[in-house]
Design a binder for this molecule. Structure first.
Ligand code: NAD
Length: 441
């Protein structure tokens, strides 16, 4: 089948590669010239495990192509997937500028029936706005072409995106037309073989499903962080509490890890956007505000722990930082806890020596060259001459480090662990002063 995808970011590129992998003829459109040039040269602009090989194989097979031209994109696919960004606007609502630009350009160039599939995370009612924007352009063109709008929210996780797309837990299709449901079913059939995972619903419910999923996951994290902060004051160990509650199948072990807050391009903006939607309909979503404010506060924990150890004034210190990405297996630093920490440290005149297995280029892109930031080649290099170590991303390679090397390279044997990777007892035995989240230290 012929598919066009607007937006070659984490969602668009993965969607394009996976749809091409199963035999479709896919054209990816982006407005970012740098990205498209990289992709045309077989280079991948983001880090996502396995994506480079899949993209290259499908380029070679002639099933995956890239262009800057929206007109070519519209001419190509029966399916027109919108996978552009929906960043937060100043008031927290989702900025639909990019989604509506794509919708208008589809209407501008289309000459026959198209299915417009919204894969970006968008507020309830966006499909109506997409339809209206397209209708307006078609009227200006005095051209009467048929089209349908479908909501098909994406649930992939960065770092495991290919697996999530190829073997999804569910495929949500929101339509108001049985004809499009059947065509969407056909497109997704290769990913829907073991049992039927395709969930059909009306468009508004599909749009809300995506926000509901992310808000639920963010709530689990903030709930655990709230409890972690209480455990710390009560002399309890949140890690033991976590295991104690996770064994209840109604609660489960997933997503109840305490830490220094969630980040990324989705949870923070989606919780905010949902809260904003609530406000627009005159509903005060108390729980959502609390989820957000708990997370906001939690990102300061590593900095507070440093102040607890060294006193309020940290000027002149050097901090070794392990982890820049908002979570392991991605180079994405959007809303990452590392950024809150580094920015707070820099404000106090503290130098940072950081290491991340894949996010260092992204860090340079965001912050440029600075005297108070050194990006090191290895985790051990980051320790050399630093006063202490702070960990904010739970990369596997940080789980069992050489603690003797850590002690010998740091000026003080101090670890602030924002992801609870080690046990306080083990650290005490090794002579390391250890600060974790919700563990009484
Ligand atoms: P991204 O920022 O990585 O990529 C968006 C891309 O869209 C960029 O390359 C940008 O240049 C391009 N773009 C902007 N305007 C365009 C236009 N007019 N035509 C063509 N391309 C255009 O974003 P992302 O992380 O892939 O997220 C995309 C959407 O999917 C968002 O709504 C997001 O909330 C949602 N989502 C993201 C994830 C995730 O893990 N990143 C998961 C599920 C859903």
């Amino acid at each position: 089948m012929k598919v066009t995808i607007y937006g070659s970011g984490y969602v668009g590129l993965v969607t394009g590669a996976c749809l091409a992998q199963v035999g479709n003829d896919v054209l990816c459109v982006d407005v970012d010239e740098r990205k498209i040039n990289m992709l045309l040269n077989g280079e991948i602009p983001i880090h996502e495990p396995g994506l480079d090989k899949m993209v290259q194989a499908n380029i070679t097979a002639g099933r995956l192509k890239f262009t800057l031209s929206a007109a070519e994109g519209v001419a190509h696919g029966l399916f027109q997937f919108i996978a552009v960004g929906t960043p937060p606007d100043e008031d927290g609502s989702a900025d639909l500028r990019y989604v509506l630009t794509v919708a208008r350009s589809i209407a501008q160039h289309m000459d026959s029936y198209r299915i417009v599939v919204d894969k970006s995370t968008v507020p309830v009612g966006t499909a109506d706005r997409v339809r209206a924007a397209m209708q307006e352009v078609l009227e200006q063109r005095a051209f009467n072409a048929e089209f349908d709008v479908v909501s098909n929210p994406e649930f992939l996780k960065e770092g495991a995106a290919l697996d999530d797309f190829m073997k999804p837990d569910r495929i949500v299709i929101g339509t108001d037309n049985p004809r499009t449901t059947e065509l969407m079913r056909e497109l997704y059939a290769p990913f829907n073989r073991s049992h039927d995972r395709l969930v059909e619903m009306d468009i508004r419910s599909a749009e809300l499903t995506k926000y509901a999923a992310n808000a639920m996951l963010a709530t689990k994290i903030s709930f655990m962080n709230e409890l972690a902060n209480m455990a710390e004051l009560l002399g309890a160990d949140i890690e033991k509490v976590r295991i104690g509650i996770g064994s209840d199948p109604r609660i489960g072990y997933h997503f109840i890890y305490p830490g220094c807050g969630y980040g990324g391009s989705c949870f923070p903006k989606d919780v905010q956007a949902l809260e904003r939607t609530a406000r627009e309909i005159g509903y005060h979503a108390e729980l959502l505000s609390a989820v957000e404010s708990v997370n906001y506060r939690q990102k300061d924990k590593p900095f507070e722990k440093l102040q607890k150890h060294y006193g309020a004034n940290l000027e002149g210190k050097t901090v070794a930082l392990w982890g820049l990405a908002f979570k392991p297996n991605t180079d994405d630093m959007r809303e990452a806890s590392s950024r809150n920490l580094m920015e707070a440290l820099w404000q106090q005149g503290v130098k940072v020596q950081a290491f991340d297995p894949v996010a260092m280029e992204e860090c340079t892109r965001i912050y440029g060259q600075r005297d108070d930031l050194t990006l090191c080649n290895t985790a051990e290099d980051a320790l050399q001459g630093a006063d202490c170590l702070v960990i904010v991303t739970e990369w596997q390679q940080f789980r069992s480090p050489d603690f003797e090397a850590i002690k010998s390279k740091l000026k003080d044997p101090v670890i602030v662990d924002g992801r609870n990777l080690y046990s306080p007892e083990q650290m005490a035995k090794k002579g390391i002063i250890y600060y974790a989240i919700g563990r009484g230290c």
